[in-house]
Design a protein around this ligand. Structure first.
Ligand SMILES: N[C@@H](CCC(=O)N[C@@H](CS)C(=O)NCC(=O)O)C(=O)O
Length: 208
């Protein structure tokens, strides 16, 4: 498999982390969605990352869809979204909220960086959405305790929250005061210190 995209993207990173944790071999092409758009377009007309090229040449896009595929390759009982309800829909919701924050954080960055006329309305909306979701995630995480959101091992929900916090911290310095999110901060610090998160990592490079 070939994973296309840079690890400063929370969407690419969550896929890279999952590939490593599943022990699935892959080649990484750290192409920029902007600087390498022509190369990416050859595989994905949407020109977005992550783009995953399978060994048979088929191409998957959208991080959630890619993880759904990777989960199907995981040994029985090892997939990182829970198989059984209600944990399954609860974990999907946490991951969706986290990646929704990621979408808003990316959108906020593009608004500030790529638009000649910046919309204060859009900026305020994104900031409010990011803060509101993180407040909910903090409360929910605090209620659960333990090292992981669900069960006693890492799952996609844990990865999603950690990679998004890292993206916001890097791309929007000063936007978040992590003292307001102690439970999320503890998880993120623990995961970022692991070998897989350290390896599947890249400093933030703003689009040119
Ligand atoms: N919902 C998508 C979001 C992917 C995404 O927004 N990727 C960004 C990089 S962080 C991108 O490719 N941006 C270029 C564009 O949207 O044109 C996913 O989960 O994969």
């Amino acid at each position: 498999m070939i994973l296309i995209g840079q690890y400063d993207s929370p969407f690419v990173r969550r896929v890279g982390v999952a590939l490593r944790l599943y022990g699935l071999p892959f080649k990484h092409e750290p192409w920029s969605a902007f600087g390498d758009a022509d190369k990416i377009r050859a595989y994905n007309p949407l020109t977005r990352v992550p783009t995953l090229v399978l060994d048979n040449g088929e191409v998957l896009i959208e991080s959630h869809i890619i993880l759904d595929y990777l989960d199907s390759l995981a040994p029985a009982g090892k997939a990182m979204f829970p198989a059984a309800e209600p944990a399954r829909h609860q974990a999907l919701k946490i991951a969706s909220l986290a990646m929704g924050v990621g979408e808003k954080a990316v959108s906020l960055f593009y608004e500030k960086r790529l638009h000649t006329h910046v919309s204060d309305v859009w900026i305020e909306r994104c900031r409010t959405q990011i803060a509101s979701v993180l407040e909910v995630l903090e409360v929910e995480r605090g209620k659960r305790g333990g090292d992981y959101w669900f069960g006693d091992r890492i799952g996609h929900a844990d990865i999603a929250v950690a990679v998004v916090l890292r993206f916001i911290t890097d791309a929007h310095q000063g936007l978040l005061d992590m003292n307001h999110f102690p439970a999320l901060a503890i998880d993120a610090a623990r995961l970022e210190a692991t070998p897989v998160f350290t390896e599947i990592s890249q400093e933030f490079i703003p689009p040119a």
